[in-house]
Design a binder for this molecule. Structure first.
Ligand SMILES: [Zn+2]
Length: 474
């Protein structure tokens, strides 16, 4: 390869005099270049002319091309400690100015977004989208909930030592490679071969437009979907938790659905992005029958991992409600879910300062609603669609007919067929989608519990995916 061949290749792709280009590169990808790295840089400078500007990244594994640019007379390096760039040419100062003062490393007020505003290009020379740092700018502009912060102490241009926090800073893994086809399909990327190198050229503004559209539709657009990628599992969980935080209801999962042992529950809840657990079973035993110290230690273990208890759930009327009250007090649990027909027991819990929800079990919706109303506002209703279907009732119709809106404290997120066999969400007769929708319409501020009250089929991850799918389709 010669300088002339590289310059001709770049012109062929549409680069011309006066253009501004951010280049990510691998020199070795070109093959043998006569004149080495200097020839490559000279090829770019020749095409861009005196009115053009060449930018290169100054972070990560520094390439020889970057070093070559930095050594050239007139090269400018941006003042930011993260996302640092070096530039040569007419607009070098304008593009890099005050990078360190921006709120993020790659978003508004950084060379990455300025390049787009000024009509510049991103060129990937023998490297793929994985190296395209501007894509972090798209994530930052979208303020994606999985992004973190970078706290940096550095010397500012005026010489003083500054500590700054850069918001919306990217995490460990991305699937930027997977975005390539979207740029190609949207027609905003040209590809060509120069020497041995596959070269991609995009107008930065168009690239940002396509990326922002993708991200607005799906905040996980830049993440991989490999379930073995711990980084992306965690980042997806952050997206789900952020989404749930915007809902009026609070989302819990039953401990039986979350796992058998506490560490397993913690891992699964973290992976799902769920902060609350309803304790029903632990290691196959009903939580209400656990020794007090065992329950208290499980609660402490969960809370040390930022998982709170939404309630303790009991599926049969307790024989010794006084003992259960003591158990709850010892573990610091302030809410219990009892089956209807718990009569006097419910009153005992209320008197002890424990909040009570009565769950329909082996009864119709009318019976459940009547019993809650008989306790005159002291308890709430926990509506379980799967158990209601088993009793021959419909969740949504009963919700309206028995005026559950005024008494409901929780809706269990589960489904079943008329014969009582449990099904995944919206694959049974429980009218679960209608129930969720009407409660959201009313800004329901109580609990939704994934797998509450019944042994649901599938895993917590599957249940969460089903639930997300229902919300996405409302
Ligand atoms: Zn990943």
């Amino acid at each position: 390869m010669t300088k002339q061949e590289i310059a001709a290749g770049l012109r062929e792709m549409g680069l011309k005099t006066g253009d501004k280009v951010l280049m990510h590169s691998s020199l070795s990808s070109l093959g043998q270049v006569e004149g080495g790295p200097d020839a490559v840089i000279d090829a770019f400078l020749e095409v861009l002319g005196a009115g053009g500007t060449l930018l290169v990244p100054v972070f990560g594994a520094l390439g020889i091309l970057t070093e070559t640019v930095k050594k050239r007379p007139g090269a400018v390096t941006s003042s930011a400690p993260v996302g640092t760039l070096a530039a040569l040419g007419k607009d070098a100062e304008t593009l890099l100015r005050d990078h360190w003062k921006a709120a993020t490393a790659h978003g508004e007020g950084t060379p990455f977004t300025r390049l787009a505003e000024m009509g510049g290009y991103v060129c990937l020379l023998g490297v793929d989208q994985d190296r395209n740092t501007s894509l972090h700018g798209i994530e930052a502009l979208l303020e994606l909930p999985y992004l973190g912060e970078a706290v940096e102490t550095f010397t500012a241009p005026e010489g003083e030592t500054v500590t700054r926090t850069y918001k919306y800073y990217p995490g460990p893994h991305r699937n930027f490679i997977g975005l390539d086809r979207f740029f190609r399909e949207a027609g905003v990327m040209k590809t060509a071969r120069i020497g041995n190198a596959q070269v991609r050229l995009m107008k930065a503004k168009e690239m940002f437009r396509v990326g922002l559209e993708l991200g607005k539709k799906d905040p996980a657009f830049a993440l991989c979907d490999n379930p073995a990628c711990a980084a992306c599992v965690k980042q997806r969980a952050a997206i789900f938790a952020d989404r749930m935080a915007r809902e009026s209801f609070r989302l819990a999962a039953s401990s039986r659905l979350a796992g058998r042992y506490v560490p397993e529950m913690i891992e699964n809840l973290h992976a799902a992005g769920i902060r609350y657990i309803e304790l029903d079973y632990l290691q196959g035993r009903p939580c209400a029958q656990l020794p007090p110290e065992k329950l208290a230690s499980a609660v402490a273990e969960l809370s040390s991992e930022d998982i709170e208890i939404s309630a303790l759930s009991v599926n049969a009327c307790p024989d010794e409600p006084e003992k259960l009250v003591e158990l709850l007090k010892a573990a610091g649990i302030g809410r219990v879910i009892l089956p209807v027909h718990s009569g006097k027991a419910a009153q005992l819990f209320v008197d002890a300062g424990v909040a009570v929800d009565l769950r329909n079990a082996a009864c119709t919706a009318k019976t459940a609603a009547d019993e809650v109303r008989a306790l005159e506002g002291k308890v709430k209703a926990c509506l379980n669609p799967a158990l209601l279907v088993t009793a021959g009732d419909r969740a949504f119709r009963s919700f309206l007919k028995q005026r559950f809106a005024g008494i409901i404290g929780q809706a269990d997120i589960c489904d079943a067929l008329w014969d009582g066999s449990l099904r995944r969400l919206a694959q049974g007769n429980g009218e679960i989608k209608e129930l969720i929708s009407i409660l959201r319409c009313r800004n329901f501020s109580g609990w939704f519990c994934l797998g509450g009250g019944v042994p649901c089929p599938g895993t917590l991850a599957e249940m969460t995916a089903d639930f997300t799918n229902l919300l996405d389709n409302m």
